[in-house]
Design a protein around this ligand. Sequence first.
Ligand code: C5P
Length: 226
Amino acid sequence: KKPIIVAIDGPAASGKSTTAKILAGRLGYTYIDTGAMFRSVTLRVIREGLLEALREDESRIAGVLQSITIGFRGDRVILDGEDVSEAIRENQVSREVSFISSLKPVRDKLKELQQEMGRKRGIVMDGRDIGTVIFPDAELKIFLVADPAERAKRRHAELSLKAGGAAVPSLEELEAEIVKRDKDDEERTHAPLRRHPDAVVVDTSKLTIDEQVGFVHDLVMKLVGQ
Ligand code: C5P
C-alpha cells in the first residue's frame, strides 16, 4: 500500500489536532502539527524581545529564521533543542501567533521544512494552508469546521483540565479570541485560511471524537484499499 498525505485544515479549535493525532496513530503515519511550528517561531520572537521591533520592521525576522531549529520528538515540540510543548500554548503566544504567521519570510521558511517532512508521504499534517499551499497534491484533503460556541466550550474544557483548579478565561473570552484569530487568519495576504475546492468539509459540532476520526479513516481506507 502506497502511503499518502492527509491534509487537515480548518479554523482554530475545530478538532484538527485531536483528529489528526488519533488518525495518524491508527494508520501508523507521522502526525505533524504545523500550528506548533508557527507557535515556536512566535515563542522565540517573544523571548528575544523582538515583537515590538517586528511590528515596525518585518525584515528583523531574518536573524531568527536563519538560526532557528524546529522539530518533533514523538508528540513533543522541540525548539532549538528545548522541549517547548507547554510554553507554546501560553496566552501571549496564542495572541501573537497570527501576526507572526502573516509574515512572508516565516511562511516561506516553514513551507520548506513542512514539505521536507512530507517527502516520504505517510503523514497526517494539520494547519491552515496544508491542502492549499503546502501539499496541494495531497491525496486526501479535509476541512474541519465547528460552531464557535462549541469550539469555545472544547477549548474551555481542555484548559480547565490542564489548569487543575487555577483560573481559566471565560467561555465568552475564549469565543472572542477564537473568532478574532480566524478572522486574522482568513484575511491575511499570504496563505490565508481557505478551503481547497477538493477538500471534504466535516462539521464536528455534533460529532464525537470517535465519529470524526472514523469518518476520515474511512475516506483514507477507500483511497489506499483495506
Ligand atoms: O493550530 P493552532 O491553532 O495551534 O495554530 C496557531 C496559529 O498558527 C493559527 O491561528 C495561525 O495563525 C497559524 N498557522 C498558520 N498556518 C498553519 C498552521 C497554523 O498560519 N499551517
